[in-house]
Design a protein around this ligand. Structure first.
Ligand SMILES: [Zn+2]
Length: 86
């Protein structure tokens, strides 16, 4: 038995209640490729740069937006992990 025709690819797209990632300038590489995706359920914003692949997670409250998460990430990036020199 021969089945004629191309394969039909069934794509199950599961739409989560996630907002579209917002894009911000990346403090690490300087490109505007830093995507922030907010997970409201866990109160976490995922930060990821498509260029330099830096990634992090910041916690946000229910009223905070991607821009707030971005601010926290930048703060953390510049001053969060302070290593002693040497
Ligand atoms: Zn980057």
């Amino acid at each position: 038995m021969i089945i004629v025709g191309g394969r039909k690819r069934k794509k199950t797209v599961r739409r989560m209640k996630k907002s579209i990632p917002k894009i911000f300038p990346c403090p690490n590489c300087g490109e505007k490729t830093l995507a922030i995706e907010i997970d409201r359920e866990s109160g976490v914003a995922e930060v990821k740069c498509g260029k330099c692949n830096i990634n992090d997670q910041v916690t946000i409250s229910s009223v905070e937006q991607a821009v707030d998460a971005y601010g926290k990430f930048v703060d953390k990036y510049y001053g969060g992990d302070k290593n002693a020199t040497g």
